[in-house]
Design a protein around this ligand. Sequence first.
Ligand SMILES: Nc1ncnc2c1ncn2[C@@H]1O[C@H](COP(=O)(O)OP(=O)(O)O)[C@@H](O)[C@H]1O
Ligand SMILES: [Mg+2]
Length: 257
Amino acid sequence: MKSNSEIILKVSELTKSVQLEDKTLVLLQPLNLSVNAGETLAIVGSSGSGKTTLLSILAGLDIPTSGQVYLKNHALHQFNEEERSQVRANHVGFIFQQFLLINSLTALENVMLPAELANLDDAKERGLELLSQVGLAERSDHYPSQLSGGEQQRVAIARAFISQPDVLFADEPTGNLDTKTGNHIADLLFELNEKLGTTLILVTHDPKLAARCQRQVQMDSGFLSEKLSEKVSEKASEKENIIAATEPSTSSISQVG
Ligand SMILES: Nc1ncnc2c1ncn2[C@@H]1O[C@H](COP(=O)(O)OP(=O)(O)O)[C@@H](O)[C@H]1O
Ligand SMILES: [Mg+2]
């Protein structure tokens, strides 16, 4: 397990604007964010609030208009496309909302691709192992068109994990799935995440999925704010209840048993 105190992602005064014909559209207002290694973070917010834009910049797929993004101490905001793709290959996994599998490749070939790009020599073994972990050992030779939506998403997850990324980004990983498949995919994410100590940053509309993360932030019209997760507030009130219940009668508790 990685140390929980290491900052793996640090964002300072990040903004993103796009120039339209007649005006500048501000997609992200100046925002700051620090994420610790091994942390699980949910980014929530309504459609159009800037979640995908932010995730793409954090993962080095896009660049900010101003501000700094450090991923594993790499200054992504100063890197060109080739340098960013190197950082992505070495440190980042990404699960896209639309899966984005390559239709002409089998499930196994899709999963192996990032490992091959990162020049890992045991790509096939790792690919088969991961397909088996996501319950698709028997489907390795099948093409995306032969798989259901949930199965394709599981292939996408296996692909995202193959190079053992330090940070896994997932953009609404369960958004296109029915509840049961969605729950299964979420279980897989947290399970693989726990096993490998991977930092997990996910965008979701699903409050239940968000609540499974240690921390939640909210996007609202390009502004980011920290959200006190229900889990944290529940724990706090549980604690208060326990204190309230035990305080006046601690001596009676010590006499029990
Ligand atoms: N390249 C672009 N040009 C113009 N508008 C864009 C561009 N990319 C995103 N947007 C707009 O920015 C806003 C935020 O988009 P997005 O990050 O995809 O939001 P979310 O993922 O929260 O739904 C939306 O209104 C979207 O239409
Ligand atoms: Mg989006």
